[in-house]
Design a protein around this ligand. Structure first.
Ligand SMILES: [Zn+2]
Ligand SMILES: [Zn+2]
Length: 340
């Protein structure tokens, strides 16, 4: 454990002050995201402890302020990694609140405009602004819905934005919490999907997730077979010794490399001439906007994309977090407030 990290402990913390825009809910489920671990460990700078992590939250609405129109008491609802933005800049006005120029208010380790701390989903209750609360589709149980709000949208939004469709051929690097969504989304959008993984360990899972083919990092013949054949690469797992030439070489002309992993160092050794001659784009993506989240939920409800989950009671959060640290998730851990 990092020296700056703190152990998880059970405690009572004040909720956000209730106002006309507030939705309060009883949390039923919360997914465990790698971001939770980074934040617990102060891995992205000093965490403002005490901190309640968890940003793949579903629950049942218990109270709403008078400005709240999108959910009502009794509705099942969810919240993701963003719980606020200025709602007033050019980006917010263009429905791209996830790129707000005043900055995204994160669902934990952040501050509401009134100074109250934001607290996430490893808890029994959540309070926040209705603009970032979403009704869960009727045919989707809360335990299934929870991880759509971070892992789901992080992978859905860029694939949709960059035009993945029938005829696309998408490579997904990393079969984990994000990658197991990415492969399913790309398939449901009509693409041919190739899993790219560091070893053969997840080959069977990738095929069960609908991948058309699987390439382990040392399968040079496979890399040669797909050279210049992919339209998109979604990168969900990134190591410091990443071989850019090898992976970008898989892209056809005008191909798009989408980074959704969050490496802690600048990208280096990118072969510039390959970018120029093949007109390749390297781009990033941050969660998704509220419109994209609603679109994703509709798409999932229609196509049946869903996460592979393993459940833990909320009281076992420390054990679940440790299992996540140990790389045991296949592919998302869910904390549950009621055993079902
Ligand atoms: Zn997350
Ligand atoms: Zn804004």
């Amino acid at each position: 454990m990092d020296l700056d990290s703190k152990p998880l402990e059970l405690t009572d913390l004040p909720r956000k002050q209730f106002d006309d825009d507030t939705v309060e809910m009883d949390i039923t489920h919360c997914g465990i995201c790698a971001s939770d671990l980074f934040t617990l460990d102060s891995g992205w700078g000093a965490t403002d402890y005490p901190c309640i992590v968890g940003h793949e939250i579903t629950g049942v609405v218990t109270k709403v302020g008078k400005n709240v129109k999108n959910v009502k008491v009794g509705d099942r609802a969810g919240v993701g990694a963003q719980c606020g933005s200025c709602l007033n800049c050019d980006f917010c006005n263009d429905h791209e609140e996830n790129t707000c120029e005043k900055g995204v208010i994160p669902t934990y380790n952040g501050r509401w405009p009134n100074g109250d701390k934001t607290f996430g989903g490893y808890a029994d209750k959540w309070s926040g602004h209705h603009h970032f609360v979403f009704k869960v589709p009727d045919n989707m149980p809360n335990e299934i819905a929870a991880t759509f709000f971070c892992a789901g949208i992080t992978t859905y939004a860029p694939l949709k934005r960059h035009g993945v469709t029938k005829g696309s051929r998408v490579g997904v690097i990393g079969i984990g919490g994000l990658g197991h969504y990415g492969t399913q989304w790309a398939k449901a959008m009509g693409a041919e999907v190739i899993a790219l993984s560091h070893s053969n360990r997840k080959r069977d899972d990738a095929l069960k997730l609908g991948c058309d083919d699987f390439i382990a990092a040392d399968e040079d013949a496979k890399f040669a077979q797909y050279k210049g054949k992919l339209t998109h690469i979604l990168c969900t797992s990134f190591a410091r010794n990443f071989d850019w030439a090898k992976y970008l070489g898989l892209l056809r002309a005008n191909g798009v490399f989408i980074m959704v992993a969050a490496p802690d160092a600048p990208l280096t050794d990118i072969p510039t001439m390959l970018l120029v001659l093949k007109q390749i784009s390297i781009t990033g993506s941050a969660i998704g906007s509220p419109d994209e989240i609603r679109d994703m939920l509709d798409f999932a409800a229609k196509t049946g994309v869903k996460p592979w989950i393993q459940k833990y009671p909320m009281s076992k959060a420390p054990e679940a977090v440790q299992a996540m640290r140990d790389g045991k998730a296949r592919y998302r851990f869910i904390l549950c407030n009621k055993d079902e």
